[in-house]
Design a protein around this ligand. Structure first.
Ligand code: 5GP
Length: 178
C-alpha cells in the first residue's frame, strides 16, 4: 500500500502514529540525500545517504522507485519491500506522487491512497508552522503541493486528514483487507 499526498498534509504524522500502534505493519524506510531534521534518526525515519551513494543505488537497480523532491532525492530500497511482501506482511510506503506513479506501474495490485488536507489554507498553515525550512523551500513545496492535489483522481482512494486517529484506523482496515 502506498500513502501519498502533498508535502505538509501530515503523512509522516499518520505513519508515526500507525507505527507506534500497529508495529505488525512494516513501513519502508526510504533512502534520501536530504539532511536529517532534529529528532530524525538514521535508519528509522530515513537512511540518510550521500549523493554518491544514492547514484550507486540508482545505477545498481537497488531502488523500487525514486524521485527528486524540492531539491533532494528520495527512494524506496527494493529488496526489503520484496522480502516483506514475500513473507506475507502488510507493507506501507509513504512516498511522493512521482514515486506513487512508479509503484503503480511496477507493482501490480498495489493500492494507492491519497491523503488530502481538509482545506488549502490548512495545508499552507501546516507547511508554514513546521518552521524548519527557509521561505524559498516552503514556496517550492507549496507549488509542488498545488500540482499534487490535482493528481487525486489517479489514486484508488482518498482519505481526508481531519483526524490522525481516523486516518490510521482507515489505513489499518484497508491493509488488513488487501
Ligand atoms: P520530507 O523531506 O518532508 O521528509 O519528504 C518530502 C517528500 O518526499 C514527502 O512527500 C515524502 O512523502 C516524500 N518521500 C519520502 N520518501 C520517499 C521515497 O522513498 N520515494 C519518493 N518518491 N518520495 C519519498
Amino acid at each position: 500500500m502506498v500513502l501519498s499526498g502533498p508535502s505538509g498534509v501530515g503523512k509522516s504524522t499518520v505513519v508515526r502514529a500507525l507505527r507506534s500502534r500497529h508495529p505488525d505493519v512494516w513501513v519502508s524506510v526510504s533512502a534520501t540525500t536530504r539532511f536529517p531534521r532534529p529528532a530524525e534518526t538514521d535508519g528509522v525515519h530515513y537512511r540518510f545517504v550521500s549523493e554518491e551513494r544514492f547514484d550507486q543505488m540508482v545505477a545498481g537497480g537497488e531502488l523500487l522507485e525514486w524521485a527528486t523532491f524540492a531539491g533532494n532525492r528520495y527512494g524506496t530500497p527494493r529488496q526489503p519491500v520484496l522480502d516483506h511482501l514475500a513473507s506475507g506482511s502488510a507493507v506501507l510506503l509513504e512516498i511522493d506522487l512521482q514515486g506513487a506513479r512508479q509503484v503503480r506501474a511496477a507493482v501490480p495490485g498495489a493500492r494507492l491512497v491519497f491523503l488530502t488536507p481538509p482545506t488549502w489554507d490548512e495545508l499552507v498553515r501546516r507547511l508554514t508552522r513546521r518552521g524548519t525550512e527557509p521561505p524559498e523551500v516552503i514556496e517550492a513545496r507549496l507549488a509542488t503541493a498545488r500540482e499534487e492535489l490535482a493528481a487525486e483522481p489517479e489514486f484508488d482512494l482518498t482519505l481526508v486528514n481531519t483526524s490522525v486517529e481516523d486516518v490510521v484506523s482507515r489505513l489499518i482496515s484497508l491493509l488488513r483487507n488487501l
